[in-house]
Design a binder for this molecule. Structure first.
Ligand SMILES: Cc1cc2nc3c(=O)[nH]c(=O)nc-3n(C[C@H](O)[C@H](O)[C@H](O)COP(=O)(O)OP(=O)(O)OC[C@H]3O[C@@H](n4cnc5c(N)ncnc54)[C@H](O)[C@@H]3O)c2cc1C
Length: 386
């Protein structure tokens, strides 16, 4: 028995599974088509604690162990078939809230965290640019010092939650050098003069969380809004992407759990040539692979969550986090491809959750470090000159 296989974890998973079924099922096919993000649902998610799990009790947070957070996301993701919404919650928790918790001063924490927890404020994570995806150093957004402030100029692209974000964590170059200390992270309010939301992008998956640009045209930001110190941007990035790789990745588990049940049922009950399709080895092998992928993904995620729950730092677990994200992403996509094949044409219909989960899964190889760059990270931590 694994240390994370215990009644407390099961209860957490079961509780959020039920809450998802009670409040977050329903009209998802239509919302998948329209790409509709619902602020009302966001507030409901806040009300049931999904946005305060990893926050300090002193500010009203629940401060539950990482294993429990992962269990809540697994259960919630299984009941809530809206993968975009689950992704948005995890992005907010790991990319925004944990970053502020770890790198902001007390005044900023008190100003932002309670409102982020109760859903009255929603923030975006602005790193990627047209010229800078995997390669952070090719970033063009700049921040220049001006007395007690910095002046930010630049355009962030492909940013989750950008179209309606009230605030953003924004990375900018504070030095032209191609050095690990050339980037700085700022917390910026989008109602500052010169800040705007730019264009929106339509995605094939995770449709119900919207994606867009954040534009900064001579935006003045006080020095006190720097996160992690001047030149500390890469450290902030490593920490927040580490948490996304460790925790947000658990949003793959819910779709795998429900997909597996549906596929096993289908393989047993769909008859062709006078036999259930599961009697054909090519289908039963797919089911066996799916069981393996689901089970090992859980294991990888919960093992890492157990290490983090026991107090290990994200820095110490950087390679584990890269492995978890890489392993689960690859297996999630292959799992969903098999699910689609087992369901045949019915999986291919827009009304089916199978194609929606497949479309959602394709993003997992890209966000928070592509699978190729994760392989680079893993090899580099073994001493290779990548
Ligand atoms: C659903 C989703 C949500 C996102 N949300 C956000 C967000 O909230 N905030 C944000 O800042 N960004 C966000 N992004 C953007 C994401 O961070 C970038 O897409 C990612 O960093 C990769 O950058 P890129 O897409 O420009 O690919 P590129 O860097 O252009 O890479 C293209 C291809 O080349 C490969 N490649 C690049 N460099 C190497 C190398 N050294 N070795 C081997 N292969 C390499 C990549 O792996 C990839 O396959 C989101 C993306 C997605 C899909």
């Amino acid at each position: 028995m694994q240390p994370w296989e215990n009644p407390e974890i099961d209860a957490m998973k079961g509780k959020y599974h039920q809450l998802a079924l009670d409040y977050f099922s329903g009209d998802f096919t239509e919302r998948d088509k329209t790409g509709d993000f619902s602020l009302q649902r966001w507030k409901k998610a806040a009300e049931i604690g999904l946005l305060s799990m990893m926050m300090p009790a002193s500010l009203g947070g629940m401060e539950v162990p990482v294993t429990h957070v992962v269990a809540a996301f697994e259960g919630f993701g299984e009941g809530c078939r809206d993968g975009g919404f689950v992704y948005a919650l995890g992005n907010q928790l790991c990319g925004i809230q944990l970053t502020i918790k770890q790198f902001a001063d007390e005044a900023l924490k008190e100003k932002y965290l309670p409102e982020l927890m109760n859903g009255n404020r929603l923030a975006a994570y602005g790193f990627t640019e047209e010229t800078s995806g995997s390669d952070a150093y090719s970033m063009q957004t700049t921040a220049t010092e001006e007395g007690d402030n910095y002046r930010i100029n630049g355009r962030k692209c492909y940013i989750t939650n950008a179209p309606y974000a009230d605030s953003a964590i924004v990375f900018a170059k504070t030095s032209a050098a191609r050095s690990p200390f050339s980037l700085t992270a700022f917390l910026v309010d989008m109602n500052n003069e010169g800040a705007s939301h730019g264009r929106e992008f339509e995605k094939i998956g995770l449709r119900t969380v919207r994606m867009g640009e954040l534009v900064f045209d001579n935006v003045l930001v006080p020095k006190s809004n720097i996160l992690g110190g001047k030149g500390g941007g890469l450290r902030v990035l490593a920490e927040s992407t580490g948490w996304e790789r460790a925790v947000l990745i658990s949003s793959a588990l819910g779709p795998m759990n429900r997909g597996l049940k549906a596929c096993i049922e289908r393989a047993k009950t769909r008859n062709q040539f006078d036999k259930p399709i599961g009697a054909y080895q090519q289908i039963s092998s797919k089911i066996a692979d799916m069981v393996m992928r689901q089970r090992l993904s859980r294991q990888v995620i919960y093992d890492l969550a157990s290490k983090l729950s026991s107090g290990k730092s994200m820095h110490t677990c950087a390679q584990d986090a890269a492995i978890a994200k890489l392993f689960v992403s690859d297996n999630f996509i292959r799992f969903e491809m098999d699910a689609m094949q087992i369901f045949g044409v019915r999986g291919y219909l827009l009304e089916s959750f199978i194609n929606r989960d497949l479309r959602d899964s394709l993003s997992f190889n890209i966000w928070s470090g592509t699978s190729e760059t994760l392989r680079n990270t893993i090899a580099k931590l073994e001493g290779l000159p990548v």
